[in-house]
Design a protein around this ligand. Structure first.
Ligand SMILES: NC(=O)c1ccc[n+]([C@@H]2O[C@H](COP(=O)([O-])OP(=O)(O)OC[C@H]3O[C@@H](n4cnc5c(N)ncnc54)[C@H](OP(=O)(O)O)[C@@H]3O)[C@@H](O)[C@H]2O)c1
Length: 263
């Protein structure tokens, strides 16, 4: 019997399995559960040596990576099959709901990953349920660390996490679109503008993470007195771009909170 099963072989489930295998997880110790037969065949091709089944098995640990609307049967079935700990990556499904689905014998950890997890460059927050101990949290953190960076937070913070890092990739995609259009406006051919904009974003992200300097210092380094960057930044400040980001993250956080309260 595998000690770990991943329920849902969609984008997030497959990314997790790929991360686990890349991190050296034993293939024979992994069960991937997917209810769509066509997708099961694809997963068998992608992950040779990993068991791919249509129904949950009795693995001691379960990751639930199905859409929130499919979560209840997946959680209930894995609890009846004997799982002891469960990590949910489902957006918006609360710990109280998860615990009501699995019953008193299963430790639950809820997480909020983001889309770059699909290429192993995500950031996730994890929150423990009422029956999850230090070992359960560490187990969840180690799993999610295969697809990115992990922080531990109380569940009450997950709406803010959703507003910042969950929705954050979409804000950056919007910035990318705008920069590409701006390059075209300034006279560059679109493919060239696209290449310059995408690599500016990707390279700047790496520099931010790897340099150890904060964004303020890095920005000061590229802003010479009276220079081109200062002229560009003045326009962004005069259009209140900073305030727009504050409002965007707050609006997404409030929306996440309101969705959590919907029946
Ligand atoms: N993608 C992301 O970047 C991201 C980020 C944060 C959180 N999440 C969360 O991750 C979860 C999965 O997202 P996703 O993008 O990977 O979705 P997805 O691509 O739709 O994958 C879900 C897969 O699970 C299968 N499934 C549904 N019910 C099942 C069951 N009872 N047993 C076995 N398999 C079942 C679905 O098959 P059918 O097509 O037959 O239903 C589908 O193949 C969601 O809850 C989402 O909120 C995703």
């Amino acid at each position: 019997m595998a000690t770990l099963q991943v329920i849902g072989g969609g984008r997030m489930g497959a990314a997790l399995v790929a991360g686990l295998l890349a991190g050296g997880h034993d293939r024979s110790d992994l069960l991937l559960v997917e209810d769509d037969a066509e997708r099961r065949a694809e997963l068998q091709q992608m992950f040779a040596g990993v068991a791919v089944h249509g129904e949950p098995g009795g693995a001691s640990g379960t990751v639930v990576a199905v859409k929130p609307s499919d979560g209840e049967p997946a959680c209930r079935k894995s609890a009846s099959a004997g799982t002891r700990r469960l990590l949910s990556v489902m957006a918006g499904v609360t710990l109280t709901t998860l615990e009501s689905w699995v019953g008193p014998d299963v430790a639950v950890v809820r997480s909020m990953p983001n889309t770059p997890s699909l290429i192993g460059a995500g950031v996730s927050a994890v929150s423990p349920g009422s029956r999850a101990g230090e070992d359960d949290l560490r187990w969840a953190e180690e799993l999610l660390a295969k697809v990115g960076v992990v922080v531990r937070l109380p569940e009450a913070s997950l709406d803010a996490v959703t507003g910042l890092s969950g929705s954050g990739p979409a804000y950056v995609f919007l910035v990318a679109e705008a920069l590409i259009d701006a390059g075209v406006l300034a006279g560059l051919p679109r493919p060239v503008s696209r290449l310059l904009a995408l690599h500016t974003l990707a390279g700047t992200g790496r520099l931010l993470v790897e340099s150890g300097d904060g964004p303020e210092a890095l920005r000061a380094q590229v802003t010479s007195p009276g220079g081109t960057t200062a002229a560009g930044l003045r326009v962004l400040e005069s259009r209140a771009v900073r305030a727009a980001f504050l409002d965007a993250v707050m609006a997404a956080t409030e929306r996440s909170r309101a969705m959590g309260e919907e029946p």
